[in-house]
Design a protein around this ligand. Structure first.
Ligand SMILES: Nc1ncnc2c1ncn2[C@@H]1O[C@H](COP(=O)(O)OP(=O)(O)OP(=O)(O)O)[C@@H](O)[C@H]1O
Length: 651
């Protein structure tokens, strides 16, 4: 027992003549193998296969009963009988005196279920019966079967305008309704020369009840389809396929089934609107409906090709996958409410969905518009035909002027034809009104979409402006940084120049010409902080007896970024060998330039040469240097080293 939303069952008609040969090679509960002489065996799998021995009761029990329980819970349900002429579709749906058909069994079951529902549920069930023939929908419950149109409504969804429905309280109401429909069907057949194998019969049951504050409104369609062999015939002859309306519906149905069942065509448009039948069954095939397809086949070898076609189509339908939800009355209105908040990135996907929905709405409206136009042409043709009929009757009545009985009959026919003409004209007027409404709706939808797109454009324009501003600001920052770099470069050049000048004037103050530290005065060498550099350089300059203005100028220059950037100095000197002196005195890892010239910086030379220099330092500096210098010496590798440590900077 399958519980899938799309179930396909196979019913095999028993061989009624014992002389005929069966094409079934193998058969079990859900697999059938058929074979024709000279051809390979072909096997097909279905949800369940009913062989010739099982009757309608068995089929109802095993394929429909559980689905009807779902229907009562609120799921739209459609039962389709599919197959070639004479395969047993009508027998399955309507049955006979000995074997009651599935439609009666379903209603019987539902009516019994209704009895057990509480009065508060306010259960109501209605039944309609329509026929689709040659792309015309006729209401078989009406005394005067006339063409009807499918309309679209925001609240109701798609519906058949002017379709009559009878209330059902008992199974007798159903039997009576179906009798009326069958009588009207046979009347229509005589008038329009329809054969059952070329028309589709659809019974629609609308159930409605209240449950937990919600109105549940599921629909049940029971469909006896026209003989499917027409499809294959039409497919064989392309001219016929395009031009003929004999069974455009079935061709459209098989096209829809093909797309729905093909995973690779998942996003492809499904042409439900290509026929009245597929439009009516749109929800049953791909939409929010549980669908039970009962494919009927004969088993005569002589019908191999047609049976094979039915099996292929039906087994393809087993591939249809869909999800269904309960049919609540509020669902339609909820779907319509789509608010447009301000656009943000995270909401883009919602926007895309909304746009897709609008496009789909427009698409379906355009299709509907064409459909209404086709209906208009159809009605106009009917009016014309009636006009001819009236003229014909009138000319005949003139010819048979003498015959009063004929006259009366002719007059009567004339009146009927005129009345029909008037009704058709009325329908034409209505259709024109609907057409106009559709046009207006399309226009408003197009305006809506333009508005939506404008919002997107505005949003991105705003974003663009903001980005432009940001770029501008960044450019300005970049420019100022470049200017800064340029000014610092020029300062460095000036410093370099100035230091070169000093170096040229006082070469003795610099440790060595080969050392890359030559640009620094010797007393800088073991200092790492800017202030140390500053102070020691001042000492050096005092030693060279420069003027005070020159000293201050030098202070200014040395205080410039090149020297203030400690990491820059470290970077230049990092690769150098770590001075043992510095290691010991825990100073910066700068190799002391003194090492290169131990003779200049040994303790003896300090006492002799530098002592006199120190004596020339201004009184403040002097006191600081004399009273509070820390002069430390160390003997390493046979040389005396001196290191001047300024306490202020060490702390
Ligand atoms: N399972 C069955 N057991 C016995 N008789 C059957 C069975 N199926 C069909 N028949 C008989 O076969 C004949 C043709 O069946 P039916 O009218 O149901 O075919 P159909 O597919 O509806 O054809 P059409 O498309 O012309 O309406 C009928 O006389 C019917 O009683």
């Amino acid at each position: 027992m399958s519980n899938q939303p799309f179930q396909v069952y196979l019913r095999i008609k028993p061989l009624l003549e014992s002389s005929t040969e069966t094409l079934i090679e193998d058969l079990n509960d859900n697999k059938i193998v058929i074979r024709k002489d000279g051809k390979n065996s072909k096997s097909f799998v279905f949800d369940k296969i009913f062989s010739g021995v099982q009757n309608n009761e068995d089929i109802f029990d095993q394929s429909l009963r559980h689905n009807l329980d779902h229907f009562v819970e609120g799921y739209n349900t459609t039962i389709l009988a599919y197959g070639i002429t004479g395969s047993g579709k009508t027998h399955t749906i309507f049955g006979n005196e000995k074997d009651e058909g599935l439609s009666f069994k379903c209603i019987n079951y539902l009516v019994n279920r209704m009895k057990y529902m509480s009065p508060e549920a306010n259960v109501q069930m209605e039944m309609s019966f329509i026929e689709v023939y040659n792309e015309t929908i006729r209401d078989l419950m009406s005394d005067q079967p006339k063409p009807l149109m499918i309309m679209q409504d925001n609240q109701k969804g798609s519906y058949i305008q002017g379709l009559q429905a009878i209330k059902i309280n008992s199974i007798n109401d159903v039997k009576e309704g179906i009798n009326i429909a069958n009588q009207n069907r046979s009347l229509a057949q005589t008038i329009y020369n329809v054969y059952s194998s070329r028309s589709h019969a659809l019974i629609q049951f609308n159930l409605s009840y209240c449950f937990e504050g919600q109105t549940i409104t599921p629909k049940l369609f029971i469909v006896d389809l026209a003989g499917s062999e027409r499809v294959y015939q039409d497919q064989k002859s392309k001219n016929q396929q395009e031009g003929s309306n004999i069974n455009r519906s079935l061709l459209a149905l098989s096209n829809c089934l093909t797309i729905l069942s093909d995973k690779s065509k998942k996003n492809q448009h499904i042409p439900y609107r290509n026929s009245k039948l597929t439009r009516l069954l749109q929800d049953s095939l791909g939409g929010n409906t549980r669908t039970i397809m009962i494919s009927c086949i004969q088993q005569n070898k002589c019908q191999y090709d047609e049976i094979l076609n039915t099996l292929q189509y039906s087994s393809r339908a087993t591939q249809i996958k869909k999800q269904v939800q309960k049919s609540l009355h509020q669902q339609i209105s909820e779907e319509k409410i789509l608010i447009l908040p301000n656009i943000t990135d995270s909401e883009m996907s919602t926007k895309q969905l909304y746009l897709t929905k609008i496009y789909n709405d427009i698409y379906s409206n355009i299709e509907e518009y064409h459909e209404i136009n086709n209906s208009l042409i159809e009605i106009q043709n009917n009016i014309l035909q009636n006009q001819y009929q009236i003229e014909e009757i009138y000319s005949m009545s003139l010819q048979n002027n003498q015959n009063s009985i004929n006259d009366d009959q002719m007059y009567h026919n004339l009146m009927i034809a005129q009345k029909q003409n008037q009704e058709l004209e009325q329908q034409l007027q209505n259709a024109l009104k609907v057409n106009l409404k559709q046009k207006q709706l399309q226009k408003s939808l197009l305006l809506q979409i333009t508005e939506e797109q404008q919002q997107y454009i505005d949003y991105w324009e705003l974003k663009y402006e903001e980005s432009q501003k940001e770029i501008q600001q960044l450019k300005q920052v970049l420019q100022s940084k470049n200017d800064d770099i340029q000014s610092k470069d020029s300062q460095i050049q000036q410093q370099q120049l100035f230091l070169d000048q000093i170096k040229t004037k006082n070469p003795s103050l610099y440790t060595t010409n080969n050392d890359s530290d030559c640009s620094y005065p010797s007393s800088f060498a073991s200092s790492t902080s800017t202030s140390q550099i500053k102070k020691k350089s001042s000492l050096t300059h005092l030693n060279t007896q420069n003027t005070l203005s020159q000293q201050s100028q030098l202070f200014d220059m040395i205080d410039r970024p090149r020297f203030s950037n400690l990491s820059h100095i470290k970077q230049i000197l990092a690769s150098r060998e770590r001075s043992p002196v510095n290691s010991i005195f825990r100073q910066s890892p700068i190799r002391s330039p003194l090492r290169k010239k131990p003779s200049i910086r040994n303790i003896t030379s300090i006492s002799k040469v530098e002592q006199s220099e120190i004596s020339q330092i201004s009184s403040i500096k002097k006191s600081r240097l004399i009273n509070d210098p820390q002069i430390t010496t160390i003997n390493l590798y046979g040389s005396q080293y001196i290191n001047l440590i300024d306490k202020e900077n060490i702390s």
